[in-house]
Design a protein around this ligand. Structure first.
Ligand SMILES: Cc1cc2nc3c(=O)[nH]c(=O)nc-3n(C[C@H](O)[C@H](O)[C@H](O)COP(=O)(O)O)c2cc1C
Length: 200
């Protein structure tokens, strides 16, 4: 499937075949593609929690306004981020780069994030948002439907996943075989309203 078709046919699908199972190869392929998503300074701050324990998925569904796709989709991925990845051995993020590049970038990472908690959190959401889109488009190519979700109790889900203190949930992406079409598009704004030429 070409990228334009993947973008045009991706919809937030809410009803899934609960019997369908993805193979481990498919799951690994999807995650390996998500891991190619860009992150600022290459800090790769996303942590993808793949929830396969059905009992846990039921608990997460209860903390997600009882939305059926949480348990019925083949895969529930909770995109979370390590808010402190920027200070955890940052040289790892540039280990394969030429030394002058590494020597320049690694200290720059620290200067950019240290003491700036809001920036750390914004970065978490940016990275996870982009990885979510990669997941959704790659899933289309693999013949699957998806739904991005943030309709859940963040604190409750963090507790259920034993999320470390310095991590945050960002959103879910569920992946599976849709059994019902998405609702008709809600209503797209006009390009005139959303595209600003040069400045407001
Ligand atoms: C960050 C985010 C959170 C969302 N949360 C939910 C959700 O909790 N439950 C749901 O059914 N859809 C959720 N959606 C899906 C949106 O309602 C949907 O993307 C939007 O209506 C546009 O429809 P489309 O994705 O089919 O084009 C979410 C979408 C995004 C991007």
């Amino acid at each position: 499937m070409d990228v334009i078709t993947a973008i045009e046919t991706r919809r937030a699908v809410k009803a899934y075949d609960p019997e369908h199972r993805m193979t481990q190869d498919e799951i690994d392929k999807l995650l390996s593609l998500a891991m190619l998503s860009p992150t600022a300074f290459n800090i790769q701050n996303w942590r993808f929690v793949v929830v396969q324990d059905q009992a846990l998925r039921k608990q997460i569904r209860a903390a997600s306004w009882d939305q059926a796709q949480v348990t019925d989709a083949s895969l529930l991925i909770v995109l979370t981020a390590d808010l402190k990845s920027w200070e955890k051995q940052p040289e790892r993020y540039w280990k394969d780069a030429p030394e002058p590049v590494r020597n320049y970038l690694v200290p720059a990472i620290d200067q950019y994030y240290r003491g700036h908690e809001q920036v750390q959190r914004d970065e978490a959401m940016r990275s996870c948002g982009m990885a979510a889109m990669t997941l959704m488009l790659a899933a289309r190519e693999m013949g699957y439907d998806t739904c991005p979700m943030d309709g859940f109790d963040f604190d409750a889900v963090a507790r259920l996943l034993n999320l470390p203190e310095d991590h945050t949930p960002a959103m879910f992406v569920v992946v599976g075989k849709g059994i019902k079409e998405a609702w008709p598009r809600g209503g797209q704004l006009s390009m005139d309203e959303v595209v600003i030429r040069d400045r407001f």
